[in-house]
Design a protein. Structure first.
Length: 294
């Protein structure tokens, strides 16, 4: 077991960031959550409270601030893509020091944006598969039977500490393939569950023909970029996902919040256009969701 204590900042202690921060704090690491004044006050007073079938129900004491004021070992960037630009003001580049910056956002474009904002070599591309929701400031409901992180860098010691905290972690040699593995599942999952306001169980049964078409389109785009993604592999994950699983985009739409349509659907369509791949059904879904959101 790894015993070295890390100092980790969580930019955006919502469902994903709150779960990671709580697990690391429970594991003995120093965690600084960065958020607005209201959330910061709640976290200082009450900590992070997690309800999870996998990890149990627990409260973790954390530090909280509206801005990072000291160097850290790592910064997890776990805000929504729609809030990224404003959120980065909470983490000035000079405050990061020699620490790594680990974005766990949806889509593709955020990695390049972060490498322009921070030293490029310190930005470690990552993805996470999890269903976790912030139900109130500092309160996290983790409802999937998994929380799996992938990182595209040789950060073995850091990965070992995350594993010790209870997270499943895989190191990937190919950043592009890693990002497309996530997007090839997330894009059809988010677009279809949000368009039809239905959980994954309904999509994979009542909307299966459309699901198969979208998977064919999106995995064709992924392969055109060089990522070895197949529709069969993505469909297998769909068929194994918990029946009631919802996408974060669906939850945002239900709550009347801005949805990450450009980060998810837009990223697919931009790559499709760049590589000459036809995506009529995916394009229609993005257009219909865009019309609803406007």
């Amino acid at each position: 077991m790894t015993t070295t204590i890390m100092t980790v900042a969580i930019l955006g202690p919502g469902g994903v960031g709150g779960l990671i921060g709580a697990l690391l704090a429970r594991g003995g690491h120093r965690v600084i959550c960065l958020a607005g004044e209201e959330t910061t006050a709640v976290l200082r007073r009450e900590g992070l409270r997690v309800r999870s079938g996998q990890y149990g129900d627990f409260t973790a004491r954390v530090e909280a601030d509206t801005e990072l004021r000291e160097p850290v070992d790592a910064v997890f960037v776990t805000v929504k893509q729609t809030a990224l630009s404003a959120a980065l003001e909470r983490v000035p580049p000079q405050a990061v020091g020699d620490g790594i910056v680990v974005p766990l956002l949806n889509g593709l474009d955020h990695v390049a944006a972060l490498r322009q904002h921070y030293p490029a070599a310190q930005v470690v591309a990552g993805t996470i598969k999890v269903e976790a929701t912030r139900t109130a400031p500092g309160q996290i409901a983790h409802t999937s039977p998994f929380a799996s992180i992938e990182l595209a860098a040789p950060v073995d010691d850091f990965a070992a500490r995350l594993k010790d905290a209870g997270l499943a972690v895989t190191l990937r040699p190919d950043e592009g393939a890693m990002l497309w593995d996530k997007l090839a599942f997330l894009a059809p999952f988010a677009l279809l569950t949000t368009r039809y306001q239905a959980a994954v169980g309904t999509i994979r049964t009542e909307r299966r023909a459309e699901l198969l078409t979208v998977l064919d389109e999106i995995t064709a785009v992924a392969r055109a970029t060089g990522a070895p993604v197949t529709a069969e592999a993505v469909l297998d994950f769909f068929d194994r996902a918990p029946e009631g699983m919802k996408s974060s985009m669906q939850r945002d739409a239900e709550a009347g919040r801005a949805i990450e349509l450009d980060a998810i659907g837009g990223a697919v369509l931009r790559a499709a256009a760049a590589h000459g791949v036809d995506t009529p059904v995916t394009s229609r879904l993005v257009a219909e969701l865009g019309a609803k959101a406007s």
